[in-house]
Ligand binder design. Structure first.
Ligand code: MLT
Length: 203
């Protein structure tokens, strides 16, 4: 997959950055560097092209996903992460996903399809990526969810459904709601940073 890797302190976690629809692998770098300037960065560009916009999987329309594409692209990303960990010599369990919107959805899909695919994840404005399958147990996995009270793409009931599904997998979930629709805000990023310091740095 098209990606970039920025090596920093080898003792620190490695951020896995996953952009929103139409984004690139550079979008979330300032957010990651604000949360932890010393953590290495693996940032992956979505493989799917929707009218010139990069995404991680196809969709039929806004909020309705192409399940076949979701499943196969989730597997591709999962395998890519194993290869990247070998190539760049880091422990895959040190990955901390930071995904926004479509990027948060593929990170959620990794957690719903593969046991211990991620141990820590910060999901900003995620949806429920997959329903109606047997989800794997995810012991000792922690997830931060940033949601919007007034997010036009993700209703509060969907955020609550996602929290319930993750908790059913044994995931420790923290949710913060802000008032900026589907957009990222400084307030949400400050909450993510506080969660990171408490749950990743001082776990
Ligand atoms: C998705 O397709 O993953 C969601 O609708 C969010 C987005 O548009 O990126």
């Amino acid at each position: 997959m098209k990606h970039l890797f920025i090596e920093k302190d080898k003792q620190k976690p490695v951020f896995l950055l996953l952009h929103g629809t139409g984004g690139t692998e550079r979008d979330l770098i300032p957010v990651a560097e604000h949360i932890d300037p010393d953590a290495s960065i693996l940032s992956v560009r979505g493989n799917v092209n929707e009218n010139g916009m990069a995404r991680y999987f196809k969709r039929l329309r806004e909020g309705v996903f192409d399940e076949e594409s979701l499943v196969s692209e989730t597997e591709t990303l999962h395998q890519f992460l194993n290869q990247a960990a070998k190539e760049y010599d880091f422990d895959r369990q040190k990955l901390v996903a930071l995904g926004y919107s479509n990027g948060a959805n593929i990170a959620g899909s990794l957690l719903m399809h593969y046991e211990h695919s991620l141990r820590k994840a910060m999901l900003l404005h995620p949806m429920v990526p997959r329903r109606g399958i047997a989800y794997p147990t995810q012991d000792k996995v922690k997830v931060f969810i940033g949601a919007g009270h007034n997010d036009p793409l993700v209703d509060k009931s969907e955020t609550e459904e996602l929290v319930g599904l993750f908790e059913g997998q044994g995931i420790d979930v923290s949710v913060t709601y802000t008032n900026h629709g589907h957009a990222l805000s400084n307030e949400e990023i400050a909450s993510a940073k506080a969660w990171y310091e408490q749950n990743v740095v001082h776990e």
